[in-house]
Design a protein around this ligand. Structure first.
Ligand code: GLC
Length: 570
């Protein structure tokens, strides 16, 4: 791989998120596992990705699908053993694929030994590892909400105190003011780094600290009213209003400044090791710190906060984001993850979904920054609405279902709404072939979440590998183009054609290479006229025509064509 020496591996890499439960089932029990992941490493290598982010693989009662960790230095038995993890890591490294893990700092599972000890008595040495408070007149300590619904406090009859949980009640918040908590967690970090893990994605970093005055919000609504507010908000203005209400509700619980010294402390631990990366589940650029002393990457989530991605949207996003980043901070872009709607469903128009998926991928790979892909998007896996409430696994959906039933919605409609607002839509098993259960697990085995039946309509790996015109082949092609061109990995971004509603065009300039990228976002031919076209020395990619050079400073793009040319001179 050609990279400029100043570039770190995590700047040029393309990351691919694996949702372990749904990726590949090696032991045929209907649950993804390490053996499955290991058996697909060649697939991933051939796809052209450079690094993996594994959603939590730790032992967990799975109340929040692994984001409720009961042992930070183990492996969930249904995923395998620590030895199998090491084998997976070694085999990934042998293929030059790096592996980062998910680190859930804000909370543990209520089944974690730390919490079990903490709850056992008022004077247990671990009592202060979590946030315990006395109630007020038989009520919780204050009126704060949990982001997933209901109050943020759970009463524990054993000691007649309440513990605080920002997420589900099975996820008690750790008390990060306690130095013993910090040391215990930094030792977890060291444990995985010593095994050779390449970094961490930090879960929910914004929620680690709370306003220490613990005052009531005294708002006329709670989190459970938010669901009804969102349903009733149709116009963008109404939606902004709902967002403001949401922010107000949680202003004492998220984005407290104390998190920055904590991240600096973590960064010092990370810097005890060579060349590791920290990616925060946050869009807040303050997490880059001052002078490269906090996280290495923070996600450009605003890029995905739109209904349809358009050239104007991308230009505006890039202008704002790149201008806001601290000097030397490296951008990080994504269009989907295990909490969001699937990329092809979110950004499709219902008619050209496949084409839009391809142009959006090209955009993601060729703008400046580290791209993160989500497993299954490469074959165009779509959102799947599981309408049987008994098959739903995300407790968020169950909560929404109960709210709907309480407000009088009939049970079928309630299940659909719950499915639409929950996160199982994007977590269904990967569709490997046109076979029962999409080839994820054998016929007769019940997968942990139902497989989307559209595996039989060509949305599966095996068929797309054999089809040169498939989305999967487009992924491989575009990932290859990025890898072979240093400017696309490392170059500075400069928009061109800044007024176009149809074509997204920009240059990327690195030492020794400048590329011009032009992406037609429409179903019609579009003619691009920009002076840069007079400097094209080589056509790198013309996705629809196979390689037409530009003539006379003019380029005709086919519908949804992605075009990349190398420019000569400065
Ligand atoms: C993050 C995870 C999400 C999880 C939550 C609580 O937002 O991405 O899946 O439910 O944190 O850990």
């Amino acid at each position: 791989m050609k990279t400029t020496p100043a570039q770190k591996w995590w700047q040029t890499a393309v990351f691919y998120q694996i949702y372990p439960r749904s990726f590949a089932d090696g032991n045929r029990d209907g649950i993804g596992d390490l053996a499955g992941m290991r058996s697909r490493l060649d697939y991933l290598k051939d796809l052209g990705i450079d690094a993996l982010w594994l959603s939590p693989h730790y032992p967990s009662p799975m109340c929040d699908c692994g984001y409720d960790v009961s042992d930070y230095i183990g492996v969930a038995p249904e995923y395998g053993t620590l030895d199998e993890f090491k084998q997976f890591l070694d085999e990934a490294h042998q293929r030059s694929i790096r592996v980062i893990l998910d680190l859930v700092l804000n909370h543990t599972s209520d089944q974690h030994a730390w919490f079990q000890e903490s709850r056992s008595s008022l004077d247990n040495p671990k009592r202060d590892w979590y946030i315990w408070k006395k109630g007020k007149d038989g009520q919780p300590p204050n009126d704060w909400s949990s982001t997933f619904g209901g109050p943020a406090w759970e009463h524990d009859p054993l000691t007649d105190e309440y513990y605080y949980h920002f997420f589900f009640k099975s996820q008690p918040d750790l008390n990060w003011h306690n130095p013993q908590v910090r040391e215990a967690m930094w030792n977890v970090v060291r444990f995985w780094f010593r095994l050779g893990v390449d970094g961490f994605r930090l879960d929910a970093v914004g929620t680690i600290f709370e306003d220490e005055r613990w005052r009531d919000n005294k708002l006329p609504y709670t989190v459970d009213d938010m669901h009804a507010f969102s349903k009733a908000a149709h116009t963008p203005a109404e939606q902004r209003q709902v967002h403001r209400k949401w922010m107000k509700l949680f202003e004492k619980q998220v984005d407290l400044p104390g998190v920055h010294p904590l991240m600096q402390e973590l960064r010092r631990v990370v810097d005890e090791f060579n060349d590791r990366v920290l990616v925060g589940e946050t869009e807040d650029i303050s997490f880059y710190g001052s002078g490269d002393d906090e996280l290495h990457l923070s996600f450009n989530f605003p890029l995905m906060h739109t209904r349809l991605i358009t050239p104007a949207w991308v230009r505006a996003n890039q202008a704002a984001r790149l201008a806001a980043l601290p000097p030397d901070a490296w951008p990080c872009n994504t269009l989907g993850n295990h909490d969001s709607s699937r990329m092809i469903s979110s950004f499709g128009d219902g008619e050209h979904d496949r084409e839009l998926a391809e142009v959006n991928l090209a955009m993601l790979l060729f703008i400046k920054g580290t791209p993160f892909l989500y497993n299954g998007e490469e074959i165009g896996m779509t959102d799947y609405l599981i309408s049987d409430i008994n098959q739903i696994r995300d407790p968020l959906s169950n909560h929404i279902y109960n709210l709907e039933i309480k407000s009088g919605t009939d049970s079928q409609e309630a299940a659909l709404i719950a499915a639409r607002h929950g996160r199982d839509i994007c977590r269904t098993p990967l569709q490997w072939k046109n076979a029962p259960n999409g080839g994820f697990c054998p016929e007769g085995v019940t997968p942990w979440l139902p497989v989307n039946p559209n595996y039989a309509q060509g949305i599966n790996v095996e068929q797309q590998l054999a089809d040169p015109s498939s989305l999967l082949q487009a992924y491989r092609l575009l990932l290859g183009v990025r890898k072979q061109n240093p400017a696309l990995q490392a170059g500075e971004y400069q928009p061109v054609l800044t007024g176009s509603r149809s074509v997204l065009a920009f240059t990327r300039t690195a030492p020794g290479q400048t590329c011009l990228v032009a992406i037609n976002y429409t179903p019609k031919n579009r003619t691009v006229r920009v002076p840069e076209l007079n400097r094209v020395s080589r056509v790198i990619l013309a996705s629809k025509t196979g390689g037409h050079p530009s003539t006379g400073g003019k380029l005709v793009l086919q519908p949804y064509e992605v075009w990349v040319g190398e420019l000569s001179g400065a």
